[in-house]
Design a protein around this ligand. Sequence first.
Ligand SMILES: Nc1ncnc2c1ncn2[C@@H]1O[C@H](COP(=O)(O)OP(=O)(O)OP(=O)(O)O)[C@@H](O)[C@H]1O
Ligand SMILES: [Mg+2]
Length: 248
Amino acid sequence: MSDLILRAEKLDRSFGGIHAVAGVDLDIRRGSLHAVIGPNGSGKTTLFNLITGHTRPGAGRVAFDGHDITGMPYHKVARRGLAKSYQITTVFPLLTVFENVRIAAQSAAHSYVFWRPADGIRPVTAHTERVLERIGLAESRGVIAGNLSHGDQRRLDLAIALATSPRLLLLDEPTAGMSPSDTAATVELIHELNRDVTILMTEHKMDVILSVADTITVLHQGVVLFEGGPDEVKSHPKVQEVYLTGTV
Ligand SMILES: Nc1ncnc2c1ncn2[C@@H]1O[C@H](COP(=O)(O)OP(=O)(O)OP(=O)(O)O)[C@@H](O)[C@H]1O
Ligand SMILES: [Mg+2]
């Protein structure tokens, strides 16, 4: 088995005259907690969408676990074990926390669940319980999702992604809009999840990145500016320049 769980080569995507992602190479090591950082509009979300199949690349290739997934739609990519934590728009706000996670777990389960409900449903329910426990939402299982606090709604996003038992989890700004205490709790959770799941994340809070990531790719205007460990990134003059002045 290769050391790399994901390999993106020369990924490219323009929107009209905007070259959002311009020939990006990205290798993700199995087990790593890899962060993509960069100023607003540097192409982080577009890069993630190219990897997950939410956006078709203009050029380039993506291989997940040795299989070419370039241009494959997300539902197929997800079945192979790659999940993206959505913004709360995909949470069903009128359903309970438990139902939201169960639906995700069931969608990822094999079709036998529908054939043999007596055998199939129970594992899905048990898996749902485990995910809720792990994410710290077990006590909120009966709460209507739309009534959760902002922090808990973001945690529910994570639970929904985790319910599909991914091998690679993509998190796009998982602590966005969170209070300092919710941020700290989420960082701890991400660290914990990384024991079993390879994680690729974006984040604007530098302190969060430097405390969790083992590898950091710095994007600037759709191009990889630098890649290295937290200490190298912190002390890299070009990176400092981009963050301080927005230019290189
Ligand atoms: N669907 C789209 N249509 C047109 N332009 C787009 C589209 N998606 C992204 N862009 C543009 O591509 C560039 C990169 O955007 P992207 O959202 O990938 O950046 P980002 O690094 O995620 O930014 P942020 O830190 O603000 O989330 C921006 O100039 C953006 O305006
Ligand atoms: Mg973004």
